[in-house]
Design a protein around this ligand. Structure first.
Ligand code: KIV
Length: 289
């Protein structure tokens, strides 16, 4: 699947590739961590659309088509209802909109947990139909066999431990994990199991900081933190959270912009100009020659 697709018409917005260049690769990301150290931290953001990917691509190493799109794009109450078809449609858009970052697509709830075979079928569809480089799945030791199965068959896998949002019904909410000693040990063991199984990197989400540091020290592959620690090998945030699109965000989110207010203000101005007939003006209308 080509990622340098260009629709060559004057009015199309589908021209995502300013100058085709070599994409980063999964092995290049994995190699960032050498002998337990990552000299250059890995930058990952979520992306769900082609235009968003175009804007983020040059600044990131990885773009994650997260199943958080359930809440962020579709207004669903959690990521549980997200389907494979939704992930594939958005994954393909993000691949079309990017040319530099490694694109990873989340495996949605119900698409991989039953067996390694089920996971392979879902992951193969994702890779074939989106052109992405790998998949992410949630779960620790219980998923190690699946991670090994996929990796041995040519599918790069990013793990995800700690706060695993697809398990919200079991966890009872989105609170930070690892506050008891037993849970802390479990999370580090989960990360280690995925690392041993061949995951090329692992997201550690919503854990008390010493656990994020312990997981980073215990694993050979890069640990990407979200609500973790600056000492992780990289960081990820949900783009809409860091852009300030939502009023309510978790404690670990830093807002780098206030896009929600900018959009609301622009819509208010537009509505006013439509109502007082000052839009469209002479510049926005076609006049007879
Ligand atoms: O779905 C998602 O966006 C994620 C990130 C928060 C890591 O899994």
């Amino acid at each position: 699947m080509s990622t340098t697709f260009q629709l060559d018409t004057a009015t199309s917005r589908a021209n995502p590739t300013p100058s085709p260049m070599k994409r980063l690769t999964v092995p290049a990301i994995r190699r960032r961590k050498q002998d337990g150290r990552t000299a250059e931290p890995i930058v990952m953001l979520t992306a769900y659309t082609a235009r968003q990917a175009q804007l983020l691509d040059a600044h990131c190493d990885l773009l994650l088509v997260g199943d958080s799109l359930g809440q962020v794009i579709y207004g669903l109450p959690s990521s549980v209802p997200v389907t494979l078809d939704m992930m594939i449609a958005h994954g393909a858009a993000v691949v079309r909109g990017s040319y530099h970052s490694v694109v990873i697509v989340d495996m949605p709830f119900g698409a991989y947990e039953a067996s390694p075979q089920q996971a392979f079928e879902s992951a193969a569809r994702i890779l074939k139909e989106t052109g992405c480089a790998g998949v992410k799945l949630e779960g620790g030791e219980a998923m190690a066999e699946t991670v090994a199965f996929l990796t041995r068959r040519g599918i790069p896998v990013m793990g995800h431990v700690g706060l695993t949002p697809q398990a919200v019904n079991l966890l009872g909410g989105y609170n930070a994990r690892g506050r008891s000693e037993a849970e802390a040990a479990r999370i580090v063991a989960d990360a280690k199991a995925l690392d041993d199984a061949g995951a090329f990197s692992i997201v550690v989400e919503g854990v008390v900081e010493p656990i994020a540091i312990a997981a980073t020290e215990a694993t050979a592959c890069p640990i990407i933190g979200i609500g973790g620690s600056a000492q992780c090998d990289g960081q990820v945030l949900v783009t809409e959270d860091m852009l300030g699109m939502f009023e309510r965000v978790p404690r670990f989110v830093k807002r780098y912009a206030d896009m929600g207010a900018i959009i609301s203000c622009a819509a208010e101005q537009y509505a006013g100009e439509v109502r007082d007939r000052s839009f469209p003006g002479i510049e926005q209308t076609y006049q007879p020659k």
